[in-house]
Design a protein around this ligand. Structure first.
Ligand code: ZN
Length: 197
């Protein structure tokens, strides 16, 4: 923890190299995209995309699950999506799954999650993956990529998303990030496959 505190303590000195960029942030934000990804510490959206402060609105959930719209409980995830789309007017939403994802791995392997009931209940929000999903290999790439596509389908059911998709003001993107190589693959709808960006 100490090195994290030390780094945060000296952050103002480092930001002093770009004072005008920082001072503009006081006027508000106008991010280019909403980036939805897993809470996993190995996935750093700004590091992957090179986004500067103010450029990326983020939603991070265990397993980058997008819950059903109008589910039974108030959802911070839905509020974040709605705010990004309706208020900030982001032009793009990226759902980025990642290799070696513990959440998706738990789902495809049917792990016993009784010791972590909140995790079990949260993963219960996810659309079940097809029984024939390939969960072999430590990176569980196929399962995560299928899972990403399910989250995109969920997003399309959000009224604010559906409206903007219909009028061409919003695009959805499915990405898959390899934590062990740094490679980013993107879903190509026409071929229905993930290939390098
Ligand atoms: Zn994950």
């Amino acid at each position: 923890m100490k090195h994290l505190i030390d780094h945060a303590r000296s952050f103002p000195q480092r930001t002093a190299q770009w004072p005008e960029e920082l001072s503009r942030l006081a006027d508000g934000q106008s991010p280019h995209a909403l980036f939805i990804t897993c809470s996993d510490s190995r996935v750093i959206p700004s590091l992957i995309t090179g986004a500067r402060p103010g450029e990326l609105f983020e939603l991070r959930t265990a397993g980058n699950i997008v819950p059903r719209h109008n589910g039974p409980h108030p959802a911070g995830e839905a509020a974040t999506i709605e705010y990004a789309v309706e208020v900030l007017g982001v032009a793009d939403i990226i759902v980025c799954g990642h290799s070696h994802c513990g959440a998706v791995g738990a789902m495809v392997r049917g792990e016993d999650l009784t010791a972590v009931p909140a995790v079990r209940d949260w993963l219960g929000h996810a659309t079940p993956l097809p029984d024939d999903t390939d969960s072999t290999g430590p990176d569980i790439a196929e399962a995560v990529q299928s899972h990403v596509l399910h989250q995109l389908d969920r997003l399309r059911t959000y009224p604010c998303v559906a409206r903007r998709l219909a009028n061409g003001r919003l695009s959805l993107h499915g990405w898959f990030y390899e934590v062990h190589t740094g490679s980013v693959l993107a879903h190509r709808p026409h071929a229905n496959t993930f290939t390098a960006l």
